[in-house]
Design a protein around this ligand. Sequence first.
Ligand SMILES: Cc1cc2nc3c(=O)[nH]c(=O)nc-3n(C[C@H](O)[C@H](O)[C@H](O)COP(=O)(O)OP(=O)(O)OC[C@H]3O[C@@H](n4cnc5c(N)ncnc54)[C@H](O)[C@@H]3O)c2cc1C
Length: 423
Amino acid sequence: MTHVVIIGASTGGLPAAYEIKELLSKGDEVTVISNTEIFHFVPSNPWVAVGWRERKDISFEIAPRLKKKKINFIAKAAETILPDENKVILVDGTVVDYDYLVIATGPKLAFEEIEGLGPEGHTHSICSLDHAEVAYDDWRRFVENPGPIVVGAAPFASCFGPAYEFAFILDTELRRRKIRDQVPITFVTSEPYIGHLGLGGVGDSKGMLESEMRNHDIKWVTNAKITKCEEGKVFVDEINDAGEVAKQHEIEHKYAMILPAFKGVDAIMKVGDDLVNPRGFVKVDEFQRNPKWNNIYAVGVCIAIPPVEVTPVPTGAPKTGYMIESMVDAVKHNILNDIKSEAPDHRPTWNAICLADMGDTGIAFVAMPQIPPRNTAWMRKGRWVHLAKVAFEKYFIRKMKTGNSEPVYEKYILKAMGITKLK
Ligand SMILES: Cc1cc2nc3c(=O)[nH]c(=O)nc-3n(C[C@H](O)[C@H](O)[C@H](O)COP(=O)(O)OP(=O)(O)OC[C@H]3O[C@@H](n4cnc5c(N)ncnc54)[C@H](O)[C@@H]3O)c2cc1C
């Protein structure tokens, strides 16, 4: 009997559980360990923060769904891994043995790296559903008494799309409420230029996103190193190409949402540098396996990918849905190969696709490969992107509820964009 254990049950972990279970033989077992009992669709969090979605619209209980598929579920946090002993230790001391381990723990949101950052400080976050709900509570107060807004991404953030999305979503919502004229918006980002996206830009993303920001009256500060957040104030050092402070800003606001730096979660980080890089992301080879412990795989935001280029303020490469889908696909096939004593032969694509919602319209990006120069650098704007994102949300949540394992990006999204050459 083979036992595959998966830590994390979100965009990476839950599809991995369904797809691996489907591929294994009868009698083999899959166990999911999760520190939360619910799945929620992370890309909808910006909509929760303005009241366009509620918790019930975008989340569901994991346990009954896994039970239907005969997948074991442990709703407890993993405390650490003992990789030489093939064991996961849970917070209550329970020991879970595995033959293969798939780590899908996403990021640790490192608010602590900047004084005053985060929901326990003076800025909001949309990275988790809990955070988005807190942001919405404050949003309701804000619209009664509006003022300046700051939206942005901290140094070492590795997901910039949601920050842009949120700025444009706020703009849309404020226009609908007819109070946009009372709200100066400043976008503050560690990216070296607007539209860099942690990807070195995608096609003309710089020109297109700058133009959109101008058309929506959103000012910006790039190469921004946020140094401190106080009640109603964000402090920023603007860094030049030589790495020096070129200008200092104190930006006042009545509402702020800043994406924090991403790190690996503590449970994984504490295993040490054979498993993780200095920021706690899991080291993987071309087959998604850890180079030292080949029976440990990792998928999603928790894996170590070097930045696409050095930037004056550190930025990370994003790990988005299509990449995660291709990582899961590689992992399931490589585990099966290993069970059959065959060499691994499935590599993920790591191509980037992003549907960035702008409230009532949107911009779609496709970057293949992730690092420029690229075979495909595709970008389009239109209301269809917003509609596609809404349709995708519904489709993906249903897919996660039912355990349907079809590859959504390759089957639908890329085809809908007219992109058929994938690699
Ligand atoms: C706000 C936001 C919007 C995004 N929008 C898009 C988008 O539109 N399109 C796109 O392609 N990508 C998007 N992304 C990027 C990416 O697709 C998502 O972050 C995605 O959810 C990553 O999936 P994951 O499974 O790797 O990590 P996560 O979704 O973070 O899941 C990790 C899971 O592991 C659990 N966990 C952590 N530690 C432990 C532990 N010790 N024990 C047990 N469980 C643990 C966590 O609670 C969580 O449930 C977005 C990201 C953010 C933050």
